[in-house]
Design a protein around this ligand. Sequence first.
Ligand SMILES: C[S@@+](CC[C@H](N)C(=O)[O-])C[C@H]1O[C@@H](n2cnc3c(N)ncnc32)[C@H](O)[C@@H]1O
Length: 236
Amino acid sequence: MSIGVWCGRLVTTPKRDVHHGDGIAWLREARLGPEHAIVTSVPDLSEMQPMGLQAWRDLAVEITRLACLRAAPQAVVILYQTDIKVDGRTIDKSYLAMRGAEEAGVHCLWHKVVCRTQPGNTTFGRPAFGHWMAFSRELRLAPDASTPDVLPELGVMTWARAMPMSAARATCEFLLAHTECRVVVDPFCGLGTILAVANEYGLDAIGVELSAKRARKAGRLTTRDGVADSGDSKPT
Ligand SMILES: C[S@@+](CC[C@H](N)C(=O)[O-])C[C@H]1O[C@@H](n2cnc3c(N)ncnc32)[C@H](O)[C@@H]1O
């Protein structure tokens, strides 16, 4: 958070730092405190070619385990994941995330879904819902801290692999209402959807992205009331 003076008034501007590099290496080294929430999506198998399915499954578990180990005890790790089908088999990404969390000794606070299409529609390939999950080692929520378990729509998608705007906004509202986390960290930040939404909500943001082009774009994406502005006309 940086502080400046505007028309004689003190104003605060949320910070955003985007690093071009390997999010896994960054996570291993990062000094994260109770103010840091890790909010991310593990890169999909299709983004990790030529990695095979088993190696990617192991990596997905390891990334969740690492995120859960690196987050401070009172902080949260929040994941958005959409399942995939490979050779007629469903690969349940929430299962992989739960395994990683359990291996880290961290507990699931909630597991919600985001509708990717209207309930009742038939879809082929990816299922009609995404998993939206929160984990913490020590934070526990009071029963009256409950929030909706089903988000009825995606809202704006800044690109095909984005965290949906509905989940990004609801994540920031959850962080502000129920946690002490005021910095959103996305080690696989893509175009920076959650970073931009975090700044819109007054939260600081840190992103890491392997693609230099996306890292640059993640530094300048802005959102307001669920609408995104990439600062240029090309989406990726
Ligand atoms: C599912 S996308 C994330 C989308 C992001 N949540 C958004 O809303 O734009 C995963 C991203 O991780 C990036 N990625 C893959 N491997 C990475 C690594 N080792 N370190 C950092 N980023 C990586 C990919 O380039 C891709 O942009």
